[in-house]
Design a protein around this ligand. Structure first.
Ligand code: AP5
Length: 233
């Protein structure tokens, strides 16, 4: 996947050899940054949201279970998500690390991931918390449009495509995610506060948490993310 907008100075990808976890509320910019970071290091960008949407698009049994929950802004049960993630990181492209975006999202998922990483011989993950004033999120979420072909992320207010409704990279049609409608945003934010925000304290206690100011521009956030990841390699 490519990222819209300019990226900070391109560098040859170095080895990552660990998991990087992006933690933060809906619309904080995790996907935008994960696409870029994963490309830089030549490792997969593992978005559990994208994986679930793919299952929905393909009409799989997992997709059928996930669809109504996602449309209401609720989390998909741990048991389903964990099975999906465990199968994904078995694949050979994950052997040098990966960037998680939207996973883990509950303490049970984080505990399971810790075990999984140990089993696969990975070092402790770097967890980057996207800290942001919730007041900024509604505009980012309702303005988001995604390319149907490559998943490129745009924003009609902040990062519009050159041609309205078309992806800059592949000309694909841009669409709004069903859960980006204004009425679904509040339950998503509530689910985050209740089930996912406790992971900030969880990873802080483990000494794994790093913060970025996600209110800054895409390029500034990208620079800070790189600083953090490079500084912990
Ligand atoms: P998921 O797809 O993971 O969505 P999310 O976590 O709610 O996060 P978003 O994709 O909304 O936001 P983002 O932080 O990636 O922001 P983005 O970079 O796109 O999950 C969807 C659903 O799937 C969940 O509700 C749940 O039902 C289910 N699910 C997924 N994982 C699960 C799990 N582990 N367990 C259980 N259920 C799970 O940016 C947003 C917008 O802002 C874009 O338009 C972008 O262009 C713009 N933007 C980005 N950065 C900036 C910036 N710095 N300045 C200005 N604009 C910016």
């Amino acid at each position: 996947m490519k990222m819209s907008g300019s990226a900070p100075d391109a560098r040859p990808s170095a080895k990552l050899d660990r998991a990087v976890i992006f933690l933060g509320p809906p619309g904080a910019g995790k996907g935008t940054q994960a696409q870029d970071l994963a490309r830089r290091y030549g490792v997969p960008h593992l978005s559990t949201g994208d994986m679930l949407r793919e299952n929905i698009a393909k009409g799989t049994p997992l997709g059928a279970k996930a669809k109504p929950l996602m449309e209401r802004g609720e989390l998909v049960p741990d048991s389903l998500v964990l099975k999906m993630v465990a199968a994904r990181i078995e694949r050979p492209d994950c052997s040098h690390g990966f960037v998680f975006d939207g996973f883990p999202r509950t303490v049970a998922q984080a505990q399971y991931l810790g075990e999984l990483l140990k089993q696969h011989g990975f070092r402790q993950p770097v967890v980057i918390h996207f800290a942001i004033d919730p007041a900024l999120l509604m505009r980012r979420i309702t303005g988001r449009r995604m390319c149907k072909v490559g998943g490129e992320i745009y924003n009609v207010f902040e990062r519009p495509p050159k041609l309205q409704g078309k992806c800059d990279y592949d000309g694909g049609e841009l669409e709004q995610r069903p859960d980006d409608r204004e009425e679904v945003v509040a339950p998503r934010l509530q689910a985050y506060q209740k089930q996912t925000a406790p992971l900030v304290a969880y990873y802080r206690r483990l000494g794994r948490l790093r913060e970025v100011d996600a209110a800054k521009s895409v390029d500034e956030v990208a620079r800070r993310v790189l600083e953090v990841v490079d500084g912990t390699r």
